[in-house]
Design a protein around this ligand. Structure first.
Ligand code: IPM
Ligand code: MN
Length: 358
């Protein structure tokens, strides 16, 4: 039995996670895998009433007692600096050493792509975003703060171990998933120390994977090619900040943030799965948000836990609902969040009872 911690979080988080959880339950009935879901109310509400962001001992508990974490979104206008979001989300990423942020960019239906004439086969790649260092280390400080002479320093940390393990994970993934090419993206023409480490490490790791084409693009050029010809990408590997930026661009290519799933992974350890989108407070409680990102995130989690058939089944059900236009308005449909979730579950049930679940 696999134990899953569910953290719905803030804003639209609870609504989309409710759909993901109902879909997990439906898949559980159909495919017969064994998971138990335990909810935690960490988020803005709890922070505002108790002052607690990530409870003491939470990381140890998650690491010791859980196999995966399914999270919604964190962010609330009442918490101006969103401190709780940084503590909870970034706290889990770094505290659990979840060094791979895996973000698939997959177009389900050509109607959803903002680029002209692109088919699903043209937008189908994965991004390996380094998830524990880079610009996300909060190293730096201010000098003469709030004066005309203020200086602010914010450091980027790149370690040999950190860079090597994310690049290796990207190559390993390419080999295991029959992807031909790994593209590493940095800004080594300007960041001549930190990103030169990426360059050297990339060449060394690539030498161990002669079956995979190793390719390099500066991040500005990467952004251009993602818009001009996304079909040239299989696996992209990059640092934490660049990965943050290019995966929002990637989400746009697949139909927007409502479609984008992600996993924060340390192979073999408790790992965290969350939709790429934020808490969208303006839409909270309105039953209009797209639950697909959260549902595809739950499917990614099942794949990670080894329930591959159920994971693929949920993906096919999402595809069927999207092709049929049974979706929320952000991708052209007329359904509410709950109706869109129900449509996906109906396709999930239909495909398994028709025996087409290979
Ligand atoms: C993401 C988000 C986070 C990040 C924020 C909420 C800290 O944008 O998961 O992409 O920058 O990593
Ligand atoms: Mn982001």
């Amino acid at each position: 039995m696999k134990r899953i911690a569910v953290i719905p979080g803030d804003g639209i988080g609870p609504e989309v996670i409710a759909e993901a959880v109902s879909t997990l339950r439906a898949a559980q009935d159909l495919y017969g895998f064994d998971v138990s879901l335990i909810s935690f109310d960490w988020g803005a509400e709890q922070y505002l009433s108790t002052g607690v962001t990530l409870p003491e001992g939470a990381l140890q508990m998650l690491a010791a007692e859980y196999d995966a974490i399914l999270a919604g979104a964190f962010g609330d206008p009442r918490v101006r600096d969103n401190r709780h979001a940084a503590d909870i989300l970034l706290g889990m990423r770094s505290g659990l050493d979840l060094y791979i942020n895996l973000r698939p960019i997959k177009l389900i239906d050509e109607r959803l792509c903002p680029l002209k004439g692109r088919k699903p086969s043209d937008v189908d790649f994965v991004v390996f975003r380094e998830n524990t260092e880079g610009m996300y280390v909060f190293v730096g400080g201010n000098f003469k703060k709030n004066s005309a002479d203020e200086i602010a320093v914010q450091e980027e940390i790149n370690t040999r171990k950190g860079v090597e393990r994310i690049i290796t994970a990207a190559f390993q993934y390419a080999r295991e998933h029959s992807r031909k090419r790994v593209t590493m993206s940095d800004k080594s023409n300007v960041l001549t120390y930190g990103h030169d480490l990426w360059q050297r490490t990339f060449k060394e790791v690539a030498a161990g994977y002669p079956d995979i084409e190793a390719n390099h693009l500066y991040v500005d050029v990467l952004a251009m090619w993602m818009a001009l010809d996304p079909g040239r990408f299989d696996v992209i590997v990059t640092n934490n900040l660049f990965g943050d930026i290019v995966t929002d661009l990637g989400a746009a290519l697949q139909g927007g943030l409502g479609m984008a799933a992600s996993g924060n992974i340390h192979p073999g350890r408790v790992s965290l799965f969350e939709p790429v989108h934020g808490s969208a407070p303006g839409f909270a409680g309105k039953n209009v948000s797209n639950p697909i990102a959260a549902i595809l995130t739950a499917a990614m989690m099942l794949d990670y836990l080894g329930f591959k058939e159920a994971s693929a089944g949920i993906e096919r059900a999402v595809e069927a609902a999207v092709h049929a236009g049974e979706t929320t308005a952000d991708i052209g449909g007329g359904l509410s969040t709950t109706e869109a979730g129900e449509a996906i579950r109906r396709y999930l049930i239909e495909q398994t009872t028709e025996g087409t679940n290979q």
